[in-house]
Design a protein around this ligand. Structure first.
Ligand SMILES: Cc1cc2nc3c(=O)[nH]c(=O)nc-3n(C[C@H](O)[C@H](O)[C@H](O)COP(=O)(O)OP(=O)(O)OC[C@H]3O[C@@H](n4cnc5c(N)ncnc54)[C@H](O)[C@@H]3O)c2cc1C
Length: 396
């Protein structure tokens, strides 16, 4: 059989680094091209659910990440004003027992650094300041050439486009199409616990309110609290998809919310504002010797905290097939396995907007109350919903 022996990965985000590491650990020569001149991630948190954790464990990263993690007690949904719990599903020991893997919170920069170190140790050749301009897929030679904007070229047998929501690999493969603004913006920030005047519950907590919600959780063993505050908006006026946010505007948007939220935001000294964008399901994820993974092929609203988790699962599955099957078969099996799951999670994430933002006024609140009743009377029903996401095992 003719498996690939040299791969170029475009994009050193979490998905690209996981793919590079998984391939390099199985003896594939990997070159990674990253447009940034310095490696790093945004200063924000990431929820790593058991399904993603299992991949990080299989990549040998558990012990490096453990001292950097925070283990939340519960997944909670609470009322924005009264603090009433609509859902309180135990995580901590229960996640470990049920899924044989924990639910962790990590600082993005920590996970990114651990991945970069592991890639370097595994021999991945990382090119910085290497922005992909286009690729030339040459069926005659059986090779593909990644051409950088500065003229550098990198030949390989496969090109992996892990270049995020504005993927130029996707654009060349499927044509130009801007991502769609999803009518939501998100402020993100990280606050040292020493700056807080209140105790924040050690949960992965969604505070649900009309037209907006806020997610709070601890990072780095409890040293920081991360927040993601989402608000529905009609338009996004800026050219950029990320800009410095106005803390006062953020505090005004969540004024009158439960003291745990308002006190948390009053301690914020800076924030970034993101437009939340998406894409419809793509017709395909690969063509010739180019293939997509992560946000490049399935960007999603962060309302299930599964975007990076899906990129991590993609990366491991792709590396598995590439090192066991000839190229066309490997790519076909990869897409067949991953597309239905990623699309399902994309749709579930979108549906959560209605629930978290109490769409329908009184009806919206009634839905949350119904969730509360169901979670008390039929906890196994809620559990089965969580199992489908967190209990997933890649069938490899
Ligand atoms: C507010 C918010 C909260 C979130 N919270 C969570 C969470 O808790 N859990 C979770 O699982 N997910 C979460 N997500 C989703 C998650 O952040 C993304 O799904 C994930 O980071 C995607 O990873 P990626 O590697 O596919 O792409 P990216 O992280 O976008 O990486 C793409 C990389 O490609 C590089 N690149 C782009 N173009 C080029 C080019 N032409 N040449 C070379 N390099 C290029 C970029 O510089 C970047 O380094 C959240 C998202 C948001 C917005």
């Amino acid at each position: 059989m003719n498996q690939v022996s040299r791969v170029v990965v475009v994009g050193a985000g979490i998905g690209g680094l996981c793919a590079a590491l998984a391939l390099a650990k199985q003896g594939v020569q990997v070159v990674m091209c990253e447009q940034a001149t310095r490696l790093g991630e945004v200063g924000a948190g990431l929820q790593i659910s058991p399904n993603a954790f299992k991949v990080l464990r299989a990549l040998g990263l558990e012990s490096a990440l453990q001292p950097l993690a925070f283990v939340p007690q519960n997944a909670a949904i609470r009322d924005y004003k009264t603090g009433e719990y609509y859902l309180k599903a135990p995580l901590a020991d229960q996640a470990e027992a049920r899924y044989r893997a924990p639910y962790w919170h990590l600082h993005r920069a920590d996970l990114h650094q651990v991945l970069v170190d592991a890639c370097s140790a595994a021999g991945v050749d990382i090119w910085l300041g290497a922005a992909l301009s286009h690729y030339n897929d040459d069926p005659l030679s059986g090779r593909i050439c990644a051409v950088m904007e500065d003229g550098r070229e990198c030949w390989a047998e496969l090109l992996i486009g892990a270049d995020g929501i504005r993927s130029s690999v996707r654009e060349q493969m499927l044509g130009p199409e801007q991502p769609t603004f999803m009518g939501q913006v998100a402020w993100r920030g990280v606050i040292p616990v020493s700056d807080l005047s209140i105790h924040v519950q050690p949960d992965a907590c969604v505070w649900a309110g009309p037209g907006r919600h806020l997610v709070s959780y601890y990072l780095r063993g409890g040293e920081y609290v991360n927040f993601v505050a989402v608000e529905e908006r009609q338009d996004w006026r800026s050219e950029s998809w990320r800009e410095e946010g106005d803390v006062k505007e953020l505090q005004r948007a969540f004024a009158g919310w439960h003291p745990e939220v308002s006190e948390l935001l009053s301690a914020a000294s800076s924030t970034f504002l993101w437009s939340l964008n998406g894409r419809d399901e793509l017709p395909r994820w690969h063509q010739g010797r180019a293939v997509l993974l992560g946000d490049a092929c399935h960007p999603m609203l962060p309302f299930m905290a599964q975007g990076a988790a899906m990129a991590i699962e993609d990366a491991y599955a792709l590396a598995h097939y590439l090192t066991r099957f000839a190229l066309p078969d490997a790519l076909r099996q990869y897409e067949q396995l991953r597309k239905p799951r990623a699309t399902k999670i994309q749709n579930m994430s979108k549906a959560n907007a209605g629930l978290y933002h109490m769409h329908g006024g009184v009806l919206g609140k009634a839905k949350l109350r119904a969730l509360k009743t169901v979670s008390r009377v039929f906890p196994q029903f809620i559990q089965s919903k969580l199992d489908a996401v967190y209990g997933y095992e890649l069938p490899l």
